[in-house]
Design a protein around this ligand. Sequence first.
Ligand code: UDP
Length: 401
Amino acid sequence: MTGALSIDGLSVQGAEAGQQARPRVLFVSHTGTMSGAELVLRDAVRPWAGSTAFLFEDGALAEALRGAGIEIRLARRGTGLSGLRRDASVLRALPKLGRLAGLALELARAARASDVVYANSQKAFLLSAIPARLVGRPIIWHLHDILDGAHFGRTQRVVQARLANLCAARVVVPSRAAADAFIAAGGHASRVTVVPNGLDLELDTRSPAALRAELGLPAGPLIGVFSRLAPWKGQDVVIEALARLPDLRCIVVGTALFGEDAYAAGLRAQAEHLGVADRVLFLGQRADVPRLMQAVDAVVHPSVDPEPFGRTLVEAMLAGVPVIATDAGASAEILDGGAAGTLVPPRRPDRLATALAELFADPDAFAPRTRLARDRALTRYGAAGMQQALSDLILEVTARA
Ligand code: UDP
């Protein structure tokens, strides 16, 4: 008989009611830095207070998970893995093999003390998959990336998809675009579950003008880009578009989280070179993204390669701000094919400038799209829905095992 099991206020359908003890989950992450995937994990673990997280390094993620009631186990020796670029060749990982073997042993021990392993990143999955199998524990891979040729080399894609086919009980992806890429890389379609990222936003009740005054932001037409600084996030395209729109200013929020310092420096040089440096405000990494979003006239999401999801899109939708995004990866799914925002082709500053000019020429014409976006984000992309779906999945996988 299928029944409902309640875990910290979440009702979980599909489990054998009353027959299944609360499983012990081992969450695994390779990085301590908070990008979108780690923010998702921070929210996803909420129903699982008392569980354990095995982290390869200390940092902001460990602190956030502790705050959610998760017990933290740190790898005894740092792996240096987070410094390894995700598109690096296998050869560059070779010198670290000794450390990685030690880590695999630690992971096997931690997995044996759990009922299910939940790997929140590729590196976490690559290292936990075989140890989990060896000690007979099912593993769920939350794949936050888009496994396509723009982001990964062929060998990496094939190895990851094959390993998933061999070891993963489930592969969770945040969008149809990410699911399609996984399948195209050779992953089994039957393994994949799409669970869109979900989040809640606390909105400020003050007017955009009041917020701008408080934040020290200029009056007049103002847009914002909210992403870590990385070549594929495409901030340079916005700066180029700005050169075509002399009255427009832009705040660039975010920093180079994973070593893309040269790109970050290049953005400033580009703004100088194009003569727009006085109209581009680099605000660095901020903890008040929702407030900043509410203060601008539009949010631009300019990724030049496909996005697996893009939490910032949903944040902008919830903030009730018009969104202009590149049509790459999951953006079209999230923005309802363009009904909830404007889609422009990637790497096209001219098209972005035209879309921005149209928006500022007649902002009222955009209002219905912004309302639709907010409703869509509230109904489809809330934190509770994501937690429920992930908890269902964890219970289903452990019950099967
Ligand atoms: N973010 C932040 N401060 C910043 C820049 C970004 O808190 O200065 C947050 C942003 O609000 C979003 C997340 O970082 O929640 C980025 O997630 P997204 O899925 O958009 O991109 P990712 O970094 O995972 O590729």
